[in-house]
Design a protein around this ligand. Structure first.
Ligand SMILES: *[C@@H]1O[C@H](CO)[C@@H](O)[C@H](O)[C@H]1NC(C)=O
Ligand SMILES: *[C@@H]1O[C@H](CO)[C@@H](O)[C@H](O)[C@H]1NC(C)=O
Length: 299
């Protein structure tokens, strides 16, 4: 029971750290509840899939019993993250969010693993993006210790489904609202007793391409279903050093952007109202997740 030992030891340290807040940002308790929102989503995702698919289902889909076993370990990690964050919030006197109901949309083992890859990648980007807002060093270390594990889950799942396990030398940070925009697409409803978090979802943006493998120079079609965007917009690919802006050409039913050089792996593109900043004030839709083949060094 190594996870229990870790939880107890870490909780003892964390419970002595009172949640604090930057003048203009979310409080640490808000950030922990935001992290818990994502961990509930992942925990439910794996728990439901493992209740649905057997090791034989994995083998029929072309994966082996080792893959099944690793997915069980990932499921266990996510469950432990949920209990860890729930405990940390309670210890700090805050109300932890409870599990919601979700619709993940997978229909077989292969699409489950494809969704797992996206969720793990978003988890990495979420913890990375939130790091700068965490005030308490204790929470920052705790969040960092979850981030590194999510990154290992991500590279394992990516390798298993023949995506580059680490496509770039840097991961992409996402803001709280960018992550929530992606997470909300899986959430059907949440208990009304859950504390409200300072998050908002941007309009949903969906990416598609006629290229089988999307790479540098590929044209990607971005659509906002049921939502019309007027006026000039730009595409912004999110990177750790800031957005890479590209022209977004209005085409029938959406906007077309070209994948710029130097982006690979699980990538995110938003539509923005200007080509100098991609912030809560300028994002008009997205992010959309775009899987870009190859590695940043080969693109
Ligand atoms: C997978 O199956 C092989 C062959 O039956 C077995 O030797 C191995 O221990 C199994 N691994 C796991 C993780 O169950
Ligand atoms: C983007 O659009 C502007 C204005 O239409 C044009 O001058 C520029 O060449 C375009 N850039 C690219 C990379 O296509």
């Amino acid at each position: 029971m190594k996870s229990t030992f870790f939880s107890v030891a870490a909780l003892a340290a964390i419970s002595s750290a009172a949640p604090t807040k930057r003048a203009d940002g979310p409080s640490d308790a808000d950030i922990l509840n935001y992290a818990l929102t994502l961990e509930h989503l992942e925990d439910t995702f794996y728990r439901e899939a493992l209740a649905k698919y057997t090791v034989d289902d994995f083998m029929s889909a072309g994966f082996d019993n080792e893959t099944y076993s690793k997915i069980q370990t990932i499921a266990s990690d996510e469950k432990t993250h949920v209990s860890f964050l729930t405990g940390a919030l309670k210890a700090a006197g805050a109300t932890p969010v409870a599990e919601c109901t979700y619709d993940f949309g997978y229909k077989d083992v292969a699409s489950f693993l494809a969704t797992a890859s996206i969720l793990e990648g978003v988890g990495v980007s979420a913890y990375l993006g939130a790091a700068a807002d965490i005030m308490s060093k204790t929470y920052l270390t705790a969040a960092g210790s979850i981030l590194t594990v999510e990154a290992r889950h991500s590279s394992y799942v990516r390798n298993t489904i023949k995506q580059e396990p680490f496509a770039q030398p840097f991961d992409n940070p996402l803001s709280i609202n960018e992550v929530y925009t992606l997470a909300a697409q899986f959430i059907t409803s949440c208990p009304s007793s859950n504390p409200a978090l300072p998050v908002k979802a941007f309009p949903v943006l969906t990416a598609s391409s006629s290229d089988m493998m999307i790479m540098t120079g590929s044209k990607v079609m971005l659509t906002t279903k049921g939502y019309k965007i007027d006026g000039q917009v730009y595409g912004a690919f999110i990177t750790v050093t800031g957005p890479m802006f590209v022209n977004a050409t209005a085409v029938d039913g959406g906007f077309e952007v070209e994948v710029p050089k130097g982006i690979a792996g699980q990538s995110y593109v938003v539509l923005t109202s200007c080509n100098t900043a991609a912030t809560d004030d300028t994002i008009v839709a997205g992010p959309a997740v775009v899987e870009i083949s190859g590695t940043a060094s080969s693109s």
